[in-house]
Design a protein around this ligand. Structure first.
Ligand code: IMP
Length: 438
């Protein structure tokens, strides 16, 4: 009865959407357990591009059940837009293949307004959020003033709770942020309507997932963002507001932690970050720009250019260890084709002291200096390669070297955006009975 968690092992945008879409072929249920419409998972199927923000990547496979769990911050407007967008692209979406947790917290218009306004107040300390209302919604959840999906389904209850929320939020919007207040009736009409529209999808998804697992179904948990953006383990305060790794599965999906059997991390062959915050191996020169162009490194959600740099062994090793990864997948290896030399960050200089482990004890990783090692590059286009043995020697050496330095087996490589542009490195199925822990 296998269950697998796939998570990002860097700062997000590792190419999880494509990998999860591929693994979903062998899964029965695909579950999002955290984050919200701040995520942007791009999947290309036979040249056709799909960008998913809230809906799990399994939606592109007929017959799979896709679940938005309790730990996800749900913007119902964004969710409905996504359902309609998929339908327009010919993808069937209904209450049988998309399930929405009744307990998931709702992102309202006021959360998005406050997200943007709070960034203005932060000045130089701004996080560079996606502006999707993620932080303010999770803050209300912790403060116990949030509204959940089930609250959208009962208009009298919604009115009462939204009125109380807006009394506080409008005071903050007008007095603190200098913005116009939101009108209760207008908001009520919009969100009650959305609640009705979404009703067929809503249920106790935790129980549905546990039952499916108990019935022998294969359950795949899809992480969003990345381990280095985790609220606790990431580069705080430049993080998102949820638990992005395997630890998020239990609470966010309503799934007992001991039933999670396998954990797989995803990392690019180099590194990117969007938004502000520490990025020790960032390359501000022409090489960084070259990676951005070759890798089309622009945000799937916001369109922002991503900051680009070299693979950081310390960050990925930390992320895989923290999440108990059994293996990891290297994506975008093809983007490095044509570099004469490839740099990799293998240590930091912290005020003259050489560190070889991620410095989670430092209050600010911003000022560490990266120490790079250099490996030979390769010229060949590798986007058509499907067997490890057919890669150029320098590419094979790079992969083997990364694996040895990071210390966890690399189970697959990705060499292009399409579903089939992958190179397996293990004969065991990534999703399936063979590789379980128990
Ligand atoms: P928030 O999640 O919108 O609050 O943004 C917090 C930080 O996480 C910002 O630096 C964002 O750029 C980053 N972030 C949020 N979602 C993603 C994602 O899906 N990929 C990469 N970075 C993300």
């Amino acid at each position: 009865m296998p269950s697998v968690c796939v998570f990002g092992a860097q700062w997000g945008d590792e190419g999880k959407g494509k990998i999860i879409d591929g693994m979903a072929r062998d899964a029965d249920v695909v579950v999002r357990y955290q984050g919200g419409a701040n995520a942007g998972h791009t999947v290309v199927v036979q040249g056709k591009k799909y960008v998913l923000h809230l809906i799990p990547s399994g939606i592109l496979h007929p017959g799979k059940v896709n679940v938005i769990g309790t730990g996800v911050a749900v913007d119902p407007l964004a969710l409905w837009g996504e359902v309609e967008g998929l339908r327009a692209q010919g993808v069937a979406v209904d209450g049988s293949n998309l399930r929405l947790s009744a307990g998931a917290h709702v992102i309202f218009e006021h959360h998005k307004r406050i997200d943007a306004a709070a960034e203005r107040w932060r000045g130089l300390g701004r996080i560079g959020t996606t502006g999707r209302g993620i932080g303010p919604s999770y803050a209300d959840r912790a403060a116990r003033t949030g509204l959940r999906v089930c609250d959208l389904l009962d208009t009298a209850r919604l009115r009462e709770r939204l009125q109380a929320a807006l009394a506080e939020k409008n005071a903050a919007l007008t007095a603190v942020h200098g913005e116009e207040p939101l009108d209760l009736d207008e908001q009520l009409a919009r969100y009650a309507g959305l609640g009705e529209t979404l009703r067929p999808f809503v249920g106790d998804t935790g129980r549905e997932v546990r039952r499916a697992y108990a019935d022998g179904k294969l359950v795949l948990f899809e992480g969003a963002q990345g381990a280095m953006l985790d609220i606790d383990a990431g580069t705080y305060p430049f993080v998102t507001s949820s638990h992005t790794g395997a630890a998020g599965v239990a609470a966010g999906a309503g799934f007992p932690p001991r039933d999670l059997e396998r954990v797989i991390g995803i990392a690019k062959a180099y590194c990117t970050r969007v938004g502000e915050g520490p990025f020790p191996s960032e390359d501000h020169g022409p090489d960084g720009e070259r990676i951005r162009v070759a890798g089309n490194e622009y945000g799937a959600t916001t369109g922002r250019p991503r900051r680009c740099g070299w693979f950081d062994v310390l960050a990925v090793r930390y992320a895989l260890e923290l999440n108990g990864a059994d293996g990891w997948i290297v994506t975008n290896l093809d983007v490095l084709s044509g570099f004469k030399e490839i740099r990799v960050c293998t240590a930091y200089d912290v005020g003259g002291e050489r560190r070889t482990e991620w410095p989670a004890d430092l209050p600010d990783v911003e000022h560490v200096k990266p120490i790079h090692e250099t490996l030979p590059g390769w010229d060949e286009d590798i986007t058509g390669v499907r067997e490890f043995a057919d890669l150029p020697q320098a590419a094979r050496d790079y992969v083997a070297w990364l694996e040895q330095r990071v210390g966890t087996p690399i189970v697959m490589l990705s060499v292009g955006p399409d579903r089939d542009q992958v190179i397996p490195r293990t004969s065991a199925p990534l999703v399936g009975a063979a590789g379980g822990r128990r």
